[in-house]
Ligand binder design. Structure first.
Ligand SMILES: Cc1ncc(C[n+]2csc(CCOP(=O)(O)OP(=O)(O)O)c2C)c(N)n1
Length: 374
């Protein structure tokens, strides 16, 4: 259904969320209508973060907020839903809008399959009543569901609209740009060149897809790479776990700014442990490029300052390929925990593919390779 009709039915004046490709019509509509405006629309770091922010809005206004997210974010909302919103605690009503990746019967990537199977059940387990919007769902169906939901919301319980493939549409266009010149795929090519045979742990989204295709183009094995296809925000912690246990081996983490922000506490833990063999690279395009380009707050954050404050021994930001090459080589040579932020343009190849090998095969291949290192 047309997103403008959908938001009319929701009748809310505050939205907070983490963008999702399946919710692009809603995200683009909100960006066109409000941009980022703290009164009406805040893109937050993770979905739990959104839920708590929405709760604060309710406490201050008495009104009902909307939290939008991909179903991958359900794990991030469970704690604040169960121990903050739930009617056995504070009874704070929220309307969730959940993009349904991996819906049973619809082909999707491995990281979405199980999450897709349990999406509605998880909501029900959290005492959130759900209504599914599919391509053929009418405005009347949604209005009737909202009418039912009003009763539930008035009891201090939360509800969810689960959006299936093509469930929402938007006829407006929004373009996301920044002033940076380096493209992510080129940046990753440089990292691949300098890292040589060192293991790489790469983040969720197109960065991992690009890394996979670069290996294919180079005729190289995928054994060097652990692609964090799901579990957004956790690749740097995976890299920490590997680095601590392979102290003689240089380990590279390719992170995104959205992912780094999502679980930024990991930087404090990395800094405190300070593995000398870890290089943490954040490719910062100030955007959730993989799911459409909607902004993160990273263009307003001094990530190098954060890394330094967390205890990284070296932290720099680069804006061009000459400096990138220089810093990558320096990080390769020295033996201290290093952080490199790379200013990146928004965009990617239209014909970018997806990993063609199975996730479990990727893991086994990576583990066999790691086992040969000390
Ligand atoms: C918990 C969770 N929430 C949302 C998503 C959907 N998602 C996949 S990639 C992505 C954007 C990642 O942004 P960033 O790390 O900045 O990398 P970029 O796409 O810009 O390269 C999002 C929101 C997800 N996979 N997991």
């Amino acid at each position: 259904m047309d997103v403008k009709r959908f938001v009319k039915i929701l009748n809310a004046d505050f939205y907070t969320g983490v963008p999702d490709s399946q919710l692009k019509p809603l995200c683009n509509y909100l960006m066109a209508e409000y941009g980022i405006d703290q009164k009406h629309h805040v893109i937050a770091a993770n979905e739990g973060n959104c839920t708590a922010l929405a709760a604060g809005y309710h406490l201050a206004t008495g009104k009902i907020p909307v939290v939008y997210m991909q179903n991958s974010g359900e794990g991030n909302i469970i704690n604040p839903v169960a121990s903050l919103l739930n009617d056995k605690v504070y009874a704070i009503p929220v309307i969730f809008v959940v993009g349904w990746r991996g819906e049973p019967g619809i082909h999707d990537e491995p990281q979405h399959i199980y999450q897709g199977q349990v999406t509605v059940k998880l909501l029900e387990d959290m005492d959130i009543r759900a209504f599914v919007i599919r391509q053929d769902t009418t405005m009347e169906d949604v209005s009737a569901a909202m009418k039912d939901f009003q009763k539930v919301l008035s009891q201090g319980k939360s509800v969810a609209f689960v959006i299936g493939k093509s469930g929402l549409s938007y006829d407006g266009k929004v373009k996301y740009v920044n002033d940076n010149t380096m493209r992510r795929e080129e940046i990753i090519k440089h990292i691949v060149k300098v890292s040589g045979e060192d293991p790489i742990i790469s983040t969720t989204g197109k960065a991992s897809r690009e890394l996979f295709e670069i290996r294919e183009t180079n005729g190289q094995s995928h054994k060097y790479d652990f692609l964090t296809v799901g579990s957004m925000g956790h690749s740097s912690s995976i890299a920490l776990g590997v680095a601590i246990n392979k102290p003689q081996q240089k380990i590279w983490c390719i992170d995104g700014d959205g992912a780094a922000l999502m679980h930024m506490g990991s930087m404090a833990v990395i800094g405190a442990n300070a593995p000398a063999n870890l290089v943490h690279i954040v490719i910062n395009n100030g955007a959730h490029e993989t799911v459409g380009g909607m902004p993160t707050v990273a263009s307003k954050v001094d990530l190098v300052g954060v890394a330094k404050a967390c205890g990284y021994h070296s932290a720099v930001k680069v804006y061009n390929f000459a400096d990138l090459e220089k810093e990558l080589n320096a990080a390769k040579q020295r033996n201290i925990l290093s952080f490199i932020e790379v200013a990146c343009a928004i965009g990617s190849r239209a014909d970018l593919g997806r990993p063609t090998t199975k996730a479990v095969d990727n893991k086994e291949c990576f583990m066999r390779y790691l086992a040969t290192q000390i």
